[in-house]
Design a protein around this ligand. Structure first.
Ligand code: TXA
Ligand code: MG
Length: 336
């Protein structure tokens, strides 16, 4: 039986040409890719992820010129934004060209396009000479993968070892998904915060960024996305002690196992049952390690993860967004 995990770009390209799925590294998170021109290949992405139909997928292209081919028009400000930010962690939602079929757009009249900065993804796209449709390579609603091992542990038994592959390109350097900007209206609308911040977009375009008006459906904005199995509680540093002490075990016979996600300068009250999942030194590192930390909590059957969010500055806005979603309906103890 052929091995799922591969290291050669050529092997990824031949799997894509044969209609298979290939999980691929990007600088944000790993994607689960298929030939964007093949509705049957793209349909399998949905089956493997357990993703409901009608969710659009991002079309990854080797260059901006290729990306524009999937859109019927692109406003000048969006071209300028792409000039500055591509290759990079930015997805643009544009009016679709006929080539962008319903299998990519979820039946909407828009298409999401992105040019990733990851050299391995870029090489696959160049050799493939097509576009790759790819959502994040996780089960629907779960935490996105930032290593090939994460993909294998989440989707390995759902992929077909005859046709599908996981291309190992090392850990992702950004760690949270791309910024999504809706460019179908008069100015930039932020559908999902990411590595490119709202202030970057305002500086580059000279336009003010608005939040989405809900007209465009972006399922990544479902409130309960990005959930680990553990209960996630958000806490400010001055509440940490009290919150840790208030957590009751899920199983009353053993002490609770609590994972902590906080910057290195947040000191942990001495508690035998608290396991520090990461201690990032800055927000960029926080973004890079966040999803691995949440997975680690699940792999070790932790009941609860307490996260002290970073400041909302820069990529901190994306981290706060993902943490809020991970904690949704669970335990955000902070005041609104
Ligand atoms: O960083 C990323 O963006 C990663 C890497 C693999 O590129 N991809 C990713 O894909 O996060 P996914 O499918 O997990 O999240 C993409 C989001 C979804 O919420 C989807 O609804 C939205 O982008 N999206 C894609 N095309 C869209 C469209 N035409 N209109 C509105 N939203 C769109
Ligand atoms: Mg996703």
């Amino acid at each position: 039986m052929a091995a799922l995990l591969i290291h050669r770009v050529e092997d990824a390209v031949s799997a894509l040409r044969d209609g298979g799925l290939v999980a691929l590294p990007t600088e944000t998170v790993y994607g689960l890719g298929a030939d964007a021109d093949s509705p049957t290949a793209v349909e399998r992405i949905y089956a493997v992820k357990g993703r409901p139909p009608g969710h659009p997928v991002i079309v990854h292209c080797a260059s901006a010129e290729h990306a524009w081919g999937w859109a019927s028009s692109t406003p000048d400000w969006a071209v300028g934004l792409a000039d500055e930010c591509w290759p990079g962690p930015l997805t643009l939602v544009l009016p679709r060209a006929p080539r962008a079929g319903d299998h990519l757009t979820g039946g909407q009249d828009t298409v999401g396009v992105r040019v990733s900065a990851h050299p391995v993804m870029h090489e696959v796209l160049t050799q493939f000479a097509g576009a790759i449709a790819a959502p994040s390579a996780n089960l629907f609603g779960r935490v996105s993968p930032t290593t090939a091992e994460h993909v294998a542990s989440g989707l390995g038994d759902r992929l077909n070892p005859e046709s599908d592959r996981i291309l190992d390109g090392g850990p992702c350097t950004v760690g949270v998904e791309s910024t999504i900007v809706d460019a179908t209206g008069g100015g930039p609308r932020l559908l999902r915060p990411g590595g490119i911040t709202a202030s970057d977009i305002e500086r580059i375009t000279g336009l003010s960024v608005t939040e989405t008006d809900g007209r465009i459906r972006a399922p990544g904005s479902l409130a309960s996305h990005y959930s680990p199995q553990a209960t996630v509680i958000l806490a400010e540093p001055d509440q940490l002690d009290a919150i840790l002490r208030s957590i009751r075990p899920h199983d009353s016979h053993s002490p609770p196992v609590i994972g902590l996600i906080a910057m290195t300068d947040v000191s942990v009250p001495h508690e035998a049952s608290v396991v520090r999942l990461c201690a990032p030194q800055n927000t960029a590192e926080y973004a890079r390690v966040l999803y691995a930390a949440l997975r680690h909590a699940d792999d070790n059957q932790m009941d609860t993860v307490v996260a002290v969010p970073p400041s909302n500055h820069g990529i901190g806005a994306a981290i706060n967004d993902r943490l809020r979603r991970a904690a949704h309906g669970q335990g955000d103890t902070r005041s609104p």
